[in-house]
Design a protein around this ligand. Sequence first.
Ligand code: PLP
Length: 312
Amino acid sequence: MSERPEMYEGVDTIWMDGEFVDFEDAQTHVLTHGLHYGTGVFEGVRCYDTADGPAIFRWEEHLERFYQSAKPYDMEIPFEPEEISEATVELIRREELDSCYIRPVAFYGYGPLGLNPGNSPVQVAIAVWPWGAYLGEEALEEGVDVAVSSWRKHASSQIPTNAKTTGAYVNSVLASLEAKGNGYTEAIVLNKEGNVAEGPGENIFLVRDGELYTTGLAESILDGITRQSVVDIAEDLGYTVHDDATISRGELYTADELFFTGTAAEVTPIRSVDDNEIGAGTKGPVTDEIQTTFFDILDDPPAAYEDWFHPV
Ligand SMILES: Cc1ncc(COP(=O)(O)O)c(C=O)c1O
């Protein structure tokens, strides 16, 4: 096996198909259906080191999306959500992590190849590892420079965009490669109609005249759990939020503020789009208030948000 990436240094155990196995033993066959056809579903979740101890953020919602993602592919995950939940909590405890990223994945495994996956067994794995800010600590403060991708997001008439399917992420990979190749930190992907969809791994919010706008579920986006959390936080702060917006490309350039949301990116300001400065070219005041509230909730969950946390 090739050298272990730095990211996974110190990780001892992975949960696979009902068992805790050594990191090096979490292997699958090269004739795995999901490897050839992208027939897997996954989640990205974070566990935070809160004042009440390590807790998984919005775990029930992530678990629900995991099972929902499997549905269009007729994939029956051969474990109950409670089993996945217990295995994950046990894994975090075994790895002695206070905060980490959690990656559950289910995929059609080694079986007869052919597009119909029906005869392939469904395999499930869960890995956890420590993971800092996805786009970098500086990005959270200063914001990121992004470019509108020349790749369009697939419509949900082509691939269900509300399902977190492994194969669908080739679109995100293309957008991400293009953005980075051109010297930007991240991409914004337009949908088939040419309106804003989302980032390769993030939802997007726009601030205009003190109100918030985020692209609606019919705009070919993933129904992001951070997106929903930020809608709730913003409304609790008294903002008007339009969570069913259609946002044109031009509106990006003239926005007062823009920011990404996602499990990996958390709340990351966008300071420029296609080299056009957004607002003052740094984190705007509304983004700042929402980001600060978001991180305060994660640090020390107030009673009103307690049910967002699953203790480890
Ligand atoms: C394409 C895409 N959009 C949006 C998001 C944000 O979703 P969430 O906040 O649930 O992580 C993600 C990350 O999972 C994603 O991959």
